[in-house]
Design a protein around this ligand. Sequence first.
Ligand code: PFF
Ligand code: NA
Length: 453
Amino acid sequence: NQTKTLNEGTREQWGSRIAFILAAAGSAVGLGNIWRFPYVVGTNGGAAFVIVYLVIIFLIGYPMMITEMSLGQKTHKNAIGAFRSLAPNSPWWITGALGVLAGFVILSFYSVVAGWAMSYFFKTISGALGAGTDYVGTFVGHITNPVATVLWHAVFMVITLAVIAAGVVKGIERTVKILMPALFVLLLALVFRSMTLPGAGAGIAFYLTPDFSELSGQSILGAVGQAFFTLSLGMGCMITYGSYLSDKEEIADNAAWVVGLDTAIALMAGFAIFPAVFALGFDPASGAGLAFMTLPGVFAAMPGGTIFGAAFFLLLTVAALTSAISLLEVVVAWVVDEKGWDRKKASLIIGGLIFAVGIPATISMNEVDFQMFGMPFFDVLDIFQESILLPLGGLLTAVFAGHVYTAKKLKEDANKNRGKIFIGGWFDVLIKYLVPIGIAVVMVVGWYDVFFK
Ligand code: PFF
Ligand code: NA
């Protein structure tokens, strides 16, 4: 049926509005919320960073979410195809291509971290992380053990590609409908446990009392990068998910739900982690290892710790899976749409390639092999996506939507089915000026801090 508006009817569609919200929230809520957000807050001084982050979510994240979902729904195309169909014979497709590259880059190290989480789930259950364990030594020992980490990375990639091979409804939709509610319940239990520990107050204070002297150009770029990463923006992921959304669905309310759920879960993860970290006398600024080095100690020291510890690492794995499938879908949707590949074959080949790129990222954690620019290849991939790929992709998408496609047309598309929120003149101001200029300034200042200081 090629007669419908721009390709609707030629591709799969979400079964309901709830399915779309859960899938998009499943993409958004991930390691970014539970693993990355707390340690980025911890290394950037706490509450002041949280405030900057929230302002960015509101002023940049929300309009970008509307934009990407609407471009997807309008074109019913993958990240590259969406730009191609709205601006044929122009180089704007490159914005989508950067997104496909980002999907590839992010998933290759994301799956490695998800693999750590899976193995820590089993370590917790087996009692290998009981009181008195050398947690730092155990974590370093684990991530520098190439056999174990590559195997877990493989297991996680196989699960991810199996979901994507099964398709949008039978794979993605079915998975998120089961896992997202489970995730929410697990996290609530953890927040309750952490906040009721004796001495939790110091962690809550660190998390809620701002000290703006802690902020630098680099930390503000970090907040922008974290905002894009956590909301799955700047790389065509929400374009791709929006492309499976029926023309009858509205945009602004759905976008608000996804941004709201992601933000709520990131804030909750902070309440699960900081009170416990402080209550048990650990350092909140310990970086990427925060969840893996400090939390097992926290769990071992608390009553019922084995159950809460296992729940935490299960939560991390589940959250990672519903995001990993969206990262893979960005790349797979492109080759299925544009290159005519069979979905199963595409999932297998691309999943396999991403697995391969993840291998040097994994092995680079031993601080000897696969170093680049004097850092582990793993860090190179993360800094590349956080400081360059996602902000640049977001900047280009905003300029395209605001000035090339035009904010006026985008608003017409997104307002055509009215929900509670009306996309008014505020959207023009944000998407045409504030978002692109804001990102550009922060990128330049942040790059200076990251690369020249
Ligand atoms: N939003 C995910 C998280 O917070 O863990 C990560 C992510 C998924 C980033 C999908 C980008 C993306 F397209
Ligand atoms: Na997130």
